[in-house]
Ligand binder design. Sequence first.
Ligand SMILES: *Cc1c(COP(=O)(O)O)cnc(C)c1O
Length: 363
Amino acid sequence: MTTALPANAQAKALAAAGRLPAFVYDLAELDAHVRSVRAALGDVELYYAVKANPDPELLRVLARHVDGFEVASGGELAHVRELHPGLPVALGGPGKTDEELRGEVTRLHVESTGELRRLIASGRSADVLLRVNLDVPVGGASLAMGGGATPFGMDPAAIDECLELLRAQEAVRLRGIHAHLASGLEARPLLELAAAVLDYARGLGVTEVNLGGGMAVSYAEPDRRFDWDAYGRGLAALRRPGETLRIEPGRSLTVYCGRYVTRVIDVKRVHGELFAVVAGGTHHIRTPATKDHSQPVVSGEPGEPVTIVGQLCTPKDVLARRVPMRLERDDVVEFTMAGAYAWNISHHDFLMHPKPGFHYVGG
Ligand SMILES: *Cc1c(COP(=O)(O)O)cnc(C)c1O
C-alpha cells in the first residue's frame, strides 16, 4: 500500500485500522538521502549492496540514483535483473555455485583461486575483479571481513596465482580489484583503507577498483550520519586520472528510511524489572538480536525504564533495553533505523506468528 501520509501519521492510521505490526518505508526520505550521497561522490561510481534490503519499492527509488547493483547470490541476481534489466550488476560473495558463475553480470568478483579455475574451465567470457583481503589494520570496525584470516577474498599470494591463471587465457578479463574489508567505519579510517587498496591495485597495474561498502551507521545516535562529503572529497583526492573508483554501500543507504511499527500487548513487572511485550519481535526485525543493541525508538512520554520484547519464547527476543518511556497496553511503538538488515534477515517462520504489513509513503 502506498500513501502520501508522512511516516508518523501513517503509523497512527495503521494502529487505528488494527494493522500492526508493519514496516513503513519513507521513499521520499530514501530518495533525498541517496540523491545527496550521489552528489557527494563526484566521479566515484555508486552501486547498492542489495543484500541490505532487496524490497522492490526501495530498489525502484535507488535505481534513479545508483550506477548499478551489487548482488551476492543467484537469487538476488534474478530479482534485480527482472526489476531493472538495464542496470549494471556486480556479483560477489563466497561460495558461488557453477550456476551462479554462469550468470550474466557486468562484473564478477572472484573470491578464490578455485573459483577462478572453475570460471575459466566453464569456457564463458567474463569481466572480473579479484577480491583482495589485505593485511591492514581494521580497528574500530563493527565487522571485519579482511585484515586477517577470514573466508572473504584472497590474500596477495592467492591474487598472484590468479594473475598467472588469467595470463594463460583470454575469455576471462581482469578489470581490477575489489575490496570490502570492514564495516562500521567512519570516513577517515575508510579513506585510509582505500589508500592501501589503491596502492595495492596500482602495484598490479589495474585501474578499476571497487572499495566495497561498510560506511558507519550508529544505532546509538540515530541522527549522526556518515560524512559523505568528507569521504567524497577524500576519494577525489586519492583518485588518479584514468582510474575508475566504485563503492557498494548497503546499510548506510537504506537503514534510515524504514520503521517497524507495532503495539503493546502486555506490560508486566518481573523481579522488579518492567517489560513491555509488543506484537511481533525479532522474527520480523532481527537487527537488535544480531547486533546486540537496542533498536532506536521514537520517544514518547518519559517514564520508568522499560525493556521492550517481542512475542517469541526466547530471552533473545529483545528489541530495546531499559527505554525511559511510559508504555501501556495498546500504545504504538515505532522503531526507527529498520530499513536495512531487518525484515530480510529475520527468521520469519519461527513460532508461526503472522507476517507484518508493508507500507510505503512518498516516493
Ligand atoms: C555486505 C556487503 C556490502 C555492503 O555492506 P554494508 O555494511 O551494508 O554497507 C558491500 N560489499 C560486500 C562484498 C558485502 O558483502
